[in-house]
Design a binder for this molecule. Structure first.
Ligand SMILES: Nc1ncnc2c1ncn2[C@@H]1O[C@H](COP(=O)(O)OP(=O)(O)OP(=O)(O)O)[C@@H](O)[C@H]1O
Length: 239
């Protein structure tokens, strides 16, 4: 089997005494898109925090392109090509759009030419170029989401983690965000997409993992899950 872009292997993670992830194993294939679903509090964001090194696991492994990173600091993991588009966007509100992008700029891990520069990010998000000199605080929610994605791309990642990028956005903007994610996938990037809305994920994912109270309840190809092979009501709530 080809090396995974990302693998969490039997991960246990805690917030204080609270045992939040319990033996979580998941695998993101190279160039694939993994949809990570689960109810509020199921542990999706915690998986992201473990992957980027914000919450070191107490047990288990985190492999990025085959390299164990579970004991590395967040900046060391970022240098290995992992970027997070965080829940709630978390743009730097008092910096301009351009400054938000530039703080994240980094060369690709393989040392080759950078696919993502200010120019290519602006080409993907013309709205950001129009507003490049504005403070991020004055952007709309959709524009802030584009900026959060653009900022992650500026680090020229190999693995892109997106934590609920559709949250709080109007349907047309959600459609734009999904179209962007589709393009990124087509460019060969390996992506984990955390979502509350399973329908959004089914349209775009190759594989699905559903978390239920900190454990993997389902791991299956997206077509199978979308096709009714899984009782979504049981794991995600009412449908
Ligand atoms: N900083 C924290 N300290 C203590 N407990 C936390 C912390 N962050 C999250 N938790 C708890 O850990 C569990 C998993 O939370 P997590 O944020 O990973 O869930 P989630 O699936 O991302 O949910 P949501 O869709 O609401 O973002 C929840 O019970 C939550 O209350």
């Amino acid at each position: 089997m080809a090396t995974s872009a990302l693998e969490l292997s039997d991960v246990d993670a805690y917030y204080g005494d609270s045992h939040v992830l319990q033996g979580v194993t998941l695998r993101l294939g190279q160039g694939r898109l993994l949809g990570l679903l689960g109810r509020n509090g199921a542990g999706k964001t915690t998986c992201m925090n473990v992957t980027v090194g914000l919450l070191p696991p107490r047990r288990g492994g985190v492999l990025v392109f085959g390299e164990e990173v579970a004991r590395l600091r967040p900046e060391q993991i970022a240098l290995r090509g992992v970027a997070l588009v965080p829940q709630g966007r978390r743009v730097f509100r008092s910096l301009t759009v351009r400054e938000n992008l530039m703080v994240a700029a980094r060369r690709p891990v393989n040392g080759g030419a950078a696919a993502w520069t200010l120019d290519t990010v602006y080409a993907m998000f013309p709205r950001l170029e129009e507003r490049k000199a504005q403070m991020a605080a004055y952007l709309s929610g959709g524009e802030q989401q584009m900026l959060a994605i653009g900022r992650a791309l500026m680090s020229n990642p190999r693995v892109l983690l997106m934590d609920e990028p559709s949250e709080g956005l109007a349907p047309q903007i959600v459609a734009d965000v999904m179209a962007t994610i589709r393009k990124l996938k087509a460019s060969g990037l390996s992506i984990v997409l955390v979502e509350q809305n399973p329908q959004l994920v089914f349209e775009i994912a190759d594989d699905i993992v559903i978390l239920n109270t900190g454990r993997v309840a389902v791991a299956a190809p997206a077509a199978e899950v979308a096709g009714g092979a899984v009782d979504l009501g049981q794991h995600l709530g009412v449908f």
